[in-house]
Design a protein around this ligand. Structure first.
Ligand SMILES: C[S@@+](CC[C@H](N)C(=O)[O-])C[C@H]1O[C@@H](n2cnc3c(N)ncnc32)[C@H](O)[C@@H]1O
Length: 264
C-alpha cells in the first residue's frame, strides 16, 4: 500500500515537472494570450520575488555583463538573447525590428517620436539609423522603466541622439512644439498601451505634429491588436496604409506593423 502510494506520488510529481518545465513552455509561444499570461503574470512576478529585482533591472545587468559598451548593435542583440533564452519582454523584438529598421532607413528621418520606451530597445534600433543631427524623442510614463532605458541608452552610447521624456503621452504631446522646438515629426513609432494609439494619433494631428509625409509605424496591430486605430488609418483619405506581417516578439504568434503615411 505504502509502495503504491509512494509510486503514485513519484509519477504525479514527475508528470507535473514535465508539464510545467517542458510542455507549457513549448506550447506558450504558439498562443499570444498564453505568452502574456505565462511570462508577464506568472513567470515575471515569480522571478522578481526569487531574485529580489525587476525584469528591467535584470535586463540591464545582463546587457552590462554581456554586451560591448558603446556598440548599439551589440546591446540590441544581447537584449534579444536575454529575451529568447532568459526572460520574454515586450520589446518590438528582432523579427519586427528588422522591418522597423527597413522603414526607418527608407524614410531617412531627422525627427522621430516614439510612444512607449520600456527599456529602450526600439529606441536603440531607431537612433542608430538616424542621419547626423537626427533626434529621437521617446515617451515613457513608468519612472522605473525610464530610469533603466536611460542607463541602457547610455551604455550603448546613444544618449546624444535620444531624449527620454517622462510622463503620460497625452500630457507630453502638446508640449513638444514649444518645449522641444519640434515643427513636425518625420516618423512616429507607436508602441505604448493599445487603447492610446487612436486618441494620441488624433492629438498629434490636432497639435500639428503630423504633416504631409509623416510616417506612422504602429506595433502590435494584430496582437494584442488595435482595431479602432486600424479602422481609422485604413479608411481615412488622409492616410495611405500598409500592413507588414510578422510575429509577436520572441514568439510564433502572428503580429505585424502598420505603416501609414499622412498625405495631407
Ligand atoms: C510595449 S512597451 C514599449 C516597447 C518599446 N517600444 C520597445 O520596443 O522596446 C510599452 C511601454 O509604453 C509605456 N506606456 C504605455 N502607455 C503610455 C502612455 N500613455 N504614455 C507613456 N508611456 C506609456 C509602458 O509603460 C511601456 O513601458
Amino acid at each position: 500500500m505504502l509502495l503504491f502510494f509512494l509510486g503514485s506520488a513519484v509519477v504525479g510529481v514527475s508528470l507535473g515537472y514535465i508539464i510545467v518545465c517542458f510542455i507549457i513552455p513549448w506550447l506558450v509561444p504558439f498562443s499570444g494570450p498564453f505568452v502574456l499570461l505565462w511570462h508577464e503574470v506568472i513567470l515575471e512576478p515569480a522571478m522578481d520575488w526569487l531574485k529580489g529585482s525587476s525584469k528591467p533591472q535584470r535586463m540591464l545587468s545582463y546587457v552590462q555583463r554581456h554586451s560591448k559598451r558603446g556598440d548599439p548593435d551589440s546591446v540590441i542583440s544581447t537584449i534579444d538573447i536575454f529575451c529568447r533564452s532568459k526572460e520574454w519582454a515586450m520589446n518590438v523584438g528582432d523579427e519586427k525590428g528588422l522591418i522597423l529598421d527597413k522603414l526607418i532607413c527608407e524614410a531617412n528621418p531627422s525627427i522621430v517620436l516614439e510612444l512607449g520606451t520600456y527599456c529602450g530597445y526600439s529606441s536603440l534600433r531607431i537612433a542608430r539609423l538616424l542621419p547626423p543631427g537626427g533626434r529621437l524623442f521617446t515617451m515613457e510614463f513608468n519612472p522605473a522603466y525610464a530610469k533603466i532605458a536611460k542607463q541602457i541608452i547610455a551604455w550603448a552610447g546613444l544618449e546624444s541622439k535620444i531624449q527620454v521624456l517622462e510622463g503620460p503621452s497625452g500630457d507630453l504631446i502638446p508640449q513638444l512644439k514649444k518645449k522641444h522646438a519640434i515643427e513636425k515629426c518625420d516618423i512616429i513609432f507607436i508602441d505604448h498601451w493599445k487603447d492610446c494609439y487612436l486618441p494620441d494619433t488624433k492629438l498629434l494631428e490636432e497639435c500639428g505634429l503630423i504633416g504631409k509625409g509623416t510616417v506612422l509605424i504602429a506595433d502590435n496591430v494584430t496582437f494584442p491588436g488595435t482595431p479602432d486605430y486600424l479602422e481609422y488609418v485604413r479608411n481615412s483619405p488622409h492616410y495611405s496604409s500598409q500592413y507588414f506581417k510578422s510575429y509577436l516578439e520572441y514568439s510564433k504568434t502572428e503580429d505585424g506593423l502598420e505603416k501609414s503615411v499622412f498625405l495631407g
